[in-house]
Ligand binder design. Structure first.
Ligand code: SF4
Length: 454
């Protein structure tokens, strides 16, 4: 082993608390992120090129979170495709999808196996594009040994824009790349830009495909998503607003480099300060003031801060999840008097510490490439008053009797994960109330006498 390899291994071991393997991982695989992004395209069927188990795992994980049907096709590698390549599997899968689903587009991503054997998936799809009977395919390479769902999602968004957006005369419209947020968050962002009156390509938009109504008849491809015709116009927008603090450079860069669309990168709008930044940027792009309705929501939120701050002052919080969400939550917590003492993520960005410092939470211990066992050990050591994180943090919460407020992905032990609103003044209000009430309830439950009045 070379010196470099030894150093890399030793830093990985350090990140995992000296353990050679991850236990109860905090990261999900890259093609899952890509499948989520593909779900934000109208008429799209995601196809995972590689082992069938990977597609099953992705489906199971997404279904348990969104509680929606989730068709994810697979090229189902066998032993022989592992040795000789999966070209015939890909050809057969595309033909099957075309006849069974009749999609507008197939979103193809790769598993670790396809990447490890060096499949030229893009070249194979180029050959298939000559067959007019097949739907259009959009491709992104998603080797999970290079990154987790966070990376897979953003790489997919960049790859989709690279393959669909065209240049041309500027239009009075903007692109809004919101990141892997909840369907409720997407609906709220749509409501805000509609109120501002600015035509917006909000991408990817799985607010309907992953949180749709009950139907009498099963729809193999759910309604909703951004059409290829709309994506083609993304290169002509006046600007791109990209949400996510640790992205570097992020998918919006594709449009900046290829079509000269100015890119503005901002953190997720959680908290008054962060929401002011994003909503004011949207208002500026729209050339319109913030509507009274949004200002009223802001006013109510500030009023809630006044009412609730005394229950939060000095409390310590551990934050777990996707790095962009962790940074946004840290800024919000710092704003309301909660002290972030641990910021943990399964992703490896190398930018978490810097991004936390930029939102006023530089004092938090930073843990990247963490697994839930290691994160749990740090939480046990640091003893915060509260955990904000996914349902995977429940075991730690239960073992240590530290209350958990569920945010982000995945939330597998509750219903309504797709309807958790995190963003904007309204999402912050919901989060603030839940945090305060969770702490109050915990105090009540722990009290020997009990009380029913504050
Ligand atoms: S092998 Fe790779 S692609 Fe398949 S489930 Fe595991 S991490 Fe994901």
């Amino acid at each position: 082993m070379t010196e470099c390899e030894l150093k890399a291994q030793s830093s990985k071991l350090k990140a995992r608390g000296g353990r050679p393997a991850a236990t109860n991982t905090c990261r999900v695989c890259a093609p899952l992120g890509a499948v989520l992004a593909f779900r934000g395209i109208r008429g799209c069927v995601p196809l995972v090129h590689g082992s069938q188990g990977c597609a099953t795992y992705i489906r199971r994980y997404l279904i348990s979170h969104f509680r929606e049907p989730m068709d994810v096709a697979s090229t189902s590698f066998t032993e022989s495709s592992t040795v000789f390549g999966g070209r015939s599997n890909l050809n057969e899968a595309m033909a099957n999808i075309a006849s069974q689903y009749r999609p507008e587009v197939v979103g193809v991503c790769t598993t670790c196996l396809a990447e490890t054997i060096g499949e030229d998936t893009q070249g194979m799809l180029r050959d298939l594009a000559r067959d007019a009977s097949l739907p259009r395919a959009l491709f992104v390479a998603t080797p999970s040994f290079k990154g987790c769902q966070h990376r897979g999602f953003h790489d997919a968004v960049g790859a989709i824009l690279a393959q669909t957006a065209a240049g041309g005369e500027r239009l009075r419209q903007i692109n809004l790349l919101a990141g892997p947020v909840s369907p409720a968050d997407l609906r709220h962002l749509r409501e805000v830009v509609d109120q501002l009156g600015i035509p917006t390509i909000l991408f990817p938009d799985y607010s309907e495909t992953l949180d749709g109504p009950s139907l009498a008849q099963y729809a193999p491809i759910p309604a909703g998503g951004v059409g290829l015709d709309q994506l083609a116009l993304a290169g002509r927008s006046a600007c791109t607003i990209q949400l996510g603090a640790v992205l570097e450079p992020g998918p919006g860069q594709v449009l900046a480099e290829r079509h000269g669309v100015p890119l503005h990168q901002l953190g997720l709008p959680i908290g008054v300060a962060a929401t002011d930044l994003v909503f004011n940027a949207l208002a500026e792009a729209a050339g319109a003031p913030l509507p009274e309705r949004l200002l009223a929501e802001r006013g109510r939120l500030v009023d809630a801060y006044v009412d609730g701050h005394k229950y939060l002052a000095g409390k310590r919080v551990a934050l777990v999840g996707d790095p962009d969400l962790v940074v946004a939550l840290a800024g919000f917590c710092a704003e309301i008097g909660l002290m972030p003492i641990l910021a943990a993520s399964g992703a490896i960005t190398g930018r978490l510490a810097e991004a936390l410092a930029a939102v006023g939470a530089g004092g938090a211990e930073v843990l990247e490439d963490g697994d839930h066992q290691h994160i749990g050990e740090r939480i046990e050591h640091l003893r915060p008053d509260l955990i904000l994180g996914p349902s995977k943090s429940y075991t730690t919460s239960r073992n240590l009797s530290i209350p958990l407020v569920r945010v982000g992905f995945p939330v597998h032990d509750r219903i309504g994960a797709g309807r958790i609103l995190h963003l904007g003044y309204r999402g912050t209000q919901r989060l603030f109330d839940e945090i305060v009430n969770t702490l109050l309830e915990h105090n009540q439950d722990e009290s020997e006498t009990g009380y029913a009045y504050l």
